[in-house]
Design a protein around this ligand. Structure first.
Ligand SMILES: [Zn+2]
Length: 452
């Protein structure tokens, strides 16, 4: 009461307060205009939804949750919203609304219940400015064991196995379309995004693999969303992949550089300067996701990796070489031998892994080819042929490809000699082909070679 009486009875104090307000008002409105929420982007992945709020400058924000219904409230300090921006909703983000609260902007997201939440502010990069990233992760999905999908292709495989009276597993081919979501990868002169073209090629490859009764595709990314590099190899491992193929399109400052190349992991750093530069760029992709998911004991892990890598590195090399030879005829190769680089995405000691740089998107001719759906099919076919050739020569035990080994009888062949050639016993060879003895062999007859 005393204060009110004091103000009312002292016009001088009142006048001074008004003056101070008048002086500060323009500054205050300049402040409120300092940060602008420019757009909201939504990326939907199978087990998570990422919301990205593009801001004109870094902004302080407060984020909290409310229940019944589940909501996430974000208060951006001293921020206003650009007019006319909208947010897309999906099964997880069911509604977005906003309101001004003094100089703060409040955004309310109505979300599905049971989602785990992660949020962080990102600094500008080549592509975007300041961003607040809000990840909603399906809590149930993260620990769910991988169940075998019951696709028509798989059912067809099973019946094919039953016909030949064996039950061998198909080879699991992990197909990894590079980048995705707010990580567009490289960009061509006419604006073609690497993330889009590599997904298109990956989907063509998926079709070819699905048609092969001895193989089964696993798409690491099957939409326009971001997957961290570690999560890519993790998914391949969860599906017990026999091979991991990462598909990319390259870019370089010099636009005349063109052609495809094949990379495998180098246990001792990159083979040359260009390979090192490439690896740095691909690895920087994780920074787009905001957090680099390095293990704490990364040094120890990398030592173990080097020790355990030899066998799969050798296999990776052979697969890569096989793919490279298939790619040769379809376009100029950037390098005619398999390159080695320290890509994080290839660090999967138990799975042979290759990275295909399909072409240089920065080269106008290569970009035009990459854009062409027919050429995308041709690239996918070359990769598939290389993979098939490799597994025909080196089929892992227990797979359909291992059973498929066949020998065509030539003049003078004997069971003993064939058995020795394929390192199987005569008995197994005889039983597998329902043969009584050597006299049952005919020239041109095809014998199935069982595993040794
Ligand atoms: Zn890339």
């Amino acid at each position: 009461m005393a204060g009110v009486a004091f103000n009312r009875n002292n016009p001088l104090v009142l006048r001074m307060s008004l003056l101070i307000l008048a002086l500060f008002a323009p500054i205050a409105s300049a402040w409120s205009a300092a940060t602008e929420l420019r757009s909201m982007r939504t990326w939907t992945a199978p087990d998570n939804t990422r919301l990205v709020f593009d801001l004109s400058a870094s902004a302080e924000y407060k984020l909290f949750r409310l229940s019944a219904p589940d909501r996430i409230v974000i208060d951006f300090k001293d921020t206003r919203m650009r007019t006319g921006i909208t947010a897309t909703t999906d099964g997880v983000v069911r509604g977005v609304r906003h309101a001004m609260r003094d100089r703060d902007l409040r955004v309310v997201l109505e979300v599905r219940g049971g989602m785990q939440l992660k949020h962080f502010m990102l600094s500008p990069n080549d592509e975007y400015g300041y961003r607040l990233v809000v990840d909603l992760i399906d809590g149930a999905a993260t620990d769910k064991p991988v169940s075998a999908p019951t696709s028509p292709a798989r059912t067809a495989k099973r019946s094919a196995d039953e016909i030949v009276g064996v039950s061998k597993r198909p080879l699991v081919i992990a197909i990894d379309a590079g980048h995705g979501g707010e990580d567009p990868g490289a960009r061509g002169a006419t604006g073609l995004h690497e993330k889009d073209v590599v997904l298109a090629i990956a989907r063509e490859l998926e079709k070819l693999v699905a048609q092969d009764t001895g193989m089964k595709p696993v798409m690491i990314r099957d939409g326009d969303y971001f997957v961290t590099l570690r999560k890519r190899t993790l998914k391949a491992r969860q599906h017990k992949a026999d091979l991991f193929i990462s598909i990319h399109a390259d870019a370089y400052r010099d636009r005349s550089v063109r052609g495809g190349s094949l990379f495998v992991l180098s246990p001792h750093g990159a083979t040359n300067e260009a390979a090192r530069w490439l690896a740095e760029r691909a690895n920087a992709s994780d920074l787009v996701g905001g957090v680099r998911l390095e293990d704490k004991d990364d040094v120890l892990a990398s030592v173990l990796l080097d020790l355990s890598q030899d066998a799969t590195l050798e296999a990776s090399h052979v697969v890569a070489d096989s793919i490279l030879r298939q790619m040769g005829p379809i376009g100029k190769l950037h390098s005619t031998s398999v390159q080695q680089a320290g890509f994080v995405v290839l660090k999967s000691p138990d799975i042979p892994s290759v990275l295909v740089e399909t072409a240089f998107i920065s080269n106008p001719e290569d970009e035009a080819k990459l854009r062409n759906p027919r050429h995308q099919k041709v690239i996918a076919q070359a990769i598939y042929s290389g993979v098939r050739e490799y597994f025909t020569r080196f089929p892992p035990a227990g797979t359909v490809y291992a059973v498929r080994r066949a020998h065509t009888i030539a003049q003078g062949d004997t069971l003993a000699q064939i058995a020795q050639q394929y390192r199987v016993s005569v008995e197994r060879l005889r039983v597998a082909n329902k043969l009584q003895n050597n006299s049952a062999l005919r020239v041109g007859q095809v014998l199935q070679i069982p595993e040794g």
